[in-house]
Write a protein that binds this ligand. Structure first.
Ligand code: MEV
Length: 318
């Protein structure tokens, strides 16, 4: 059996995080400059069925059967084997690595799972469809996050810009006009399940107030869908700023996020907001082609731990 190597990109949410958990739409895009990789190496010297998992980034080197049942990597292997039900399981080693920042709103957990399921199903001679990979990844996401909306597993499995709403048919966005995005990492790490729980507590205390905020975010996202398709950068920037104000009202921004957002706007961004769960992690700014470098520099000078530029267009991304 040959060695199999598969990748999955990171992701960034442009509009609608948190509100998407409550049934409102959100827009997300894949970010291919960072990715998770899974390599599967056959191991002819071991007994059949012996599966080893190595993930250097988290100092893991273990037999699959020694991992707890709810360990996300073990769960990904188990769900894939259940889905494929192979007649014969050979011995092999799964090696995982990732350049996606952890707990920073870029979908690192989902990307590792997608890469693993894609590689394992190919290795076993039964490559799974994007839809099945997304569904299995969603099951693993529940272990990471408790109540995920499903947006991360979807955008990362399909690798397309998406307009996502729970329980609705997926819409992949046809982008005709390129847009330019600068993503900056605060370096603060907050797991998504923490911010989702914090928002849930607030929502439970005052459902009327928080439902109104989610609804407003949802209507911003609907408008942003149109502006993105039309390439109306000024309108999009405005909508990002409005979305950020509502995310602040949800209590998921942070002083460092606020600083980076402010610096990006001052450097000429059309708009800027946090992205993902918040309370740290990444922010995203919408740039014009002639101020990308200024915005990147302003964010680096303001202490961003990593700055990534991504161009959104129909066929490919830089
Ligand atoms: C996380 O990438 C986005 C959140 O909306 C959570 C979710 O959708 O599962 C905060």
């Amino acid at each position: 059996m040959p060695v199999v190597f598969k990748k999955a990109p990171g992701k960034i949410i442009l509009f609608g995080e948190h509100a998407v958990v409550y049934g409102h739409p959100a827009i997300a895009i894949p970010v291919r400059k960072v990715n998770a990789t899974a390599r599967i190496l056959p191991d002819i010297s071991s007994q059949p069925g012996n599966i080893r998992i190595q993930a250097e980034d988290i100092q893991l080197d273990s037999n699959y059967t020694d991992l707890a049942e709810n360990h996300p990597l073990a769960a990904a292997v188990r769900l894939t084997l259940q889905e494929i039900a192979p007649m014969h399981i050979p011995s092999f080693t799964i090696q995982i690595s990732s350049t996606i920042p952890i707990s920073a709103g870029m979908g690192s957990g989902a990307a590792v799972t997608v890469a693993l399921i894609r590689a394992l199903s190919s290795f076993l001679g039964a490559p799974l469809s994007n839809e099945t990979i997304s569904n299995l990844t969603f099951e693993v996401e529940k272990i990471h996050h408790g109540t995920p909306s499903g947006i991360d597993n979807t955008v990362i499995s399909f690798e397309k810009p998406i307009y996502f709403e729970q329980e609705k048919t997926l819409e992949t966005l046809k982008i005709k006009h390129p847009t330019h995005w600068v993503i900056a990492d605060t370096g603060e790490k907050t797991p998504t399940h923490e911010t989702v729980s914090a928002v849930r507590e607030k929502h439970n205390e005052n459902p009327e107030k928080y439902n109104a905020i989610f609804k407003s975010i949802g209507s911003i996202t609907q408008k942003a869908r149109r502006s993105l398709i039309q390439g109306d950068v000024d309108a999009l920037g405005h909508l990002m700023d409005e979305n950020q104000t509502l995310l602040e009202a949800l209590g998921v921004s942070s002083p460092r996020l606020d600083t980076l957002i402010d610096k990006a706007r001052t450097a000429g961004a059309s708009g800027a907001k946090l992205s993902g769960g918040g309370r740290g992690g990444n922010m995203i700014a919408l740039a014009h082609p002639d101020n990308i470098v200024d915005i990147e520099r302003a964010l680096t000078n303001a202490g961003a731990k990593r700055v990534i530029y991504t161009k959104l267009m129909e066929a490919a991304q830089r």
